[in-house]
Every structure is written in C-alpha cells, then in structure tokens.
Design a protein around this ligand. Structure first.
Ligand code: ADP
Ligand code: NI
Length: 220
C-alpha cells in the first residue's frame, strides 16, 4: 500500500495528538519526541522493506502508551490503547495487527520470540535504533536519573537477565544497561537497513564507553 486513505490520515493525526498529549511530561526518555523519531524511522524502514505504512506508523505512534513504564501495568496500558482504537473506529483487523505488534515488541530482557510480521519487525527496529547511538546514550542516562540510579559502580557487574521480571526489577547503575541491552541490539536488528544504521550507532557507543572508563580512571 502506498497511498493513505483520508480516514487513515485522520486516524494517524489523532494518534499523534494522543501520544503528544499523554507523553508531554514524560521524563524517562519515552517522551513524545522519542515517539516521533520512532515513527520517522519506521516510515523510512517500511518504505525500504515494502511494509504497510499505515500499520507501521499507527503502531509506532501508540507503542509506548501501552508500556508498563508509562501506563503502570501492561494489561491496563493495552486495554487503553485498544479502547482508543475502537473509539476512533479503526477497523478490527487493523486493531488486531497493531495490538499484536505493541504487545510483543518490547526488549524485556531479550528473551522474547522474534516478531511474526514484517510490520512488527519494522517498528521494533525503529524503536531499537532509538535506544542506541548518541540518542540512545542520552535516553539511557535520562531513564537512570528518573529512577535515581548511579551512573556507574565498578563493583556491580552487569547481568544477563533470564526473565522480563528480573530485567525490569534491576536497579543496577546505568552503565550496566549498555551490557544488558544496548550493546546486544546491533545483532538483533530485523532488517538490513536498520542493521546498517545500527552498526554506526554501535561503534559510537563503544567509543563512548572507552572514553567514559578512561576519564573515570583519570587517564584522560
Ligand atoms: P523495551 O520497552 O524495549 O523493553 P526498555 O524497557 O528496556 O525497552 O527501555 C527502553 C529505553 O529506556 C532503553 O533503551 C533505555 O534507554 C531506557 N532504559 C530502560 N531500562 C533501563 C535501565 N535499567 N537503565 C537505564 N536505562 C534504561
Ligand atoms: Ni519506545
């Protein structure tokens, strides 16, 4: 599908307004501008991959509104997003496709099965690209600050979490998050376009970490 119908354009505009409003005061790196970047990346990747633009954009716009970090818990968040889609008379088949993406795209420790649809792979890549590189580093320290985490503690070593619960319950220093998630994402990109961007962003994060440790030790 290349052209949006008028109804689809109207629904995307409403979803944008909804995300803007809900995430206006979000202070942990999941604010409206994150959503906007994910939507733009998703659009670019969707074009490259020949994915359905409407589904990708709608899922990108709504993806963090159902997240437990924003909504309190996942079930409540998902119910709210579903209600919103129904209130806006989005077709039932579209609602199912979008909800499936939103419910399964989270990293959550990295043990989730692969996305089942092309549109899911596209939106997940877009969200993951925004987790790495310079923007990813900035967001990660913003998140850590919002939760009162230390920047770094050499005595607390990173862990590979085996469950989503353990991953989300972790109160480790922010630098550990690089090893628990950010540096793992390059190998997990779904699409060639995202993998290419991820390589540049990954190299930049490694340089950031090298500089961080050198300064920590007073070597530079
Ligand atoms: P997902 O929604 O894919 O499970 P996360 O919950 O891991 O993603 O978080 C999204 C972003 O929030 C991360 O990329 C990171 O920037 C920040 N974040 C999440 N958990 C942490 C953490 N423990 N420490 C620092 N930043 C975090
Ligand atoms: Ni996100």
């Amino acid at each position: 599908m290349t052209e949006m119908t008028e109804k689809q354009a109207r629904i995307l505009a409403a979803a944008e307004e909804y995300a803007r409003e809900e995430l206006r005061h979000e202070g942990s790196g999941h604010d409206w501008r994150h959503v906007e970047r994910v939507r733009n990346l998703a659009r670019t990747i969707a074009r490259e991959e020949g994915a359905d633009l409407y589904i990708c954009e709608l899922a990108a716009l709504l993806h963090d509104l159902a997240d437990a970090k924003i909504a309190g818990d996942e079930a409540t968040g998902q119910r709210r997003v579903r209600d919103w889609l129904m209130t806006h008379e989005v077709e039932p088949s579209v609602i199912e496709r979008v909800m499936e993406i939103i419910a399964t795209m989270s990293f959550a420790g990295g043990n989730r099965p692969p996305m089942t649809t092309l549109e899911g792979r596209v939106v997940q890549d877009a969200d993951r690209l925004d987790a790495i590189g310079a923007v990813g580093v900035a967001r990660t320290f913003a998140y850590g600050g919002s939760r009162g985490r230390l920047l770094y503690d050499p005595d607390i070593t990173p862990q590979q979490h085996t469950s989503a619960e353990a991953y989300h319950a972790s109160d480790a220093p922010t630098i550990n998050h690089f090893y628990e998630k950010l540096l793992l994402l390059k190998e997990r990109m779904n699409t060639p376009y995202a993998r290419r961007l991820a390589e540049g962003r990954h190299a930049w994060m490694e340089a950031f970490l090298a500089e961080f440790y050198a300064e920590w030790d007073g070597e530079r």
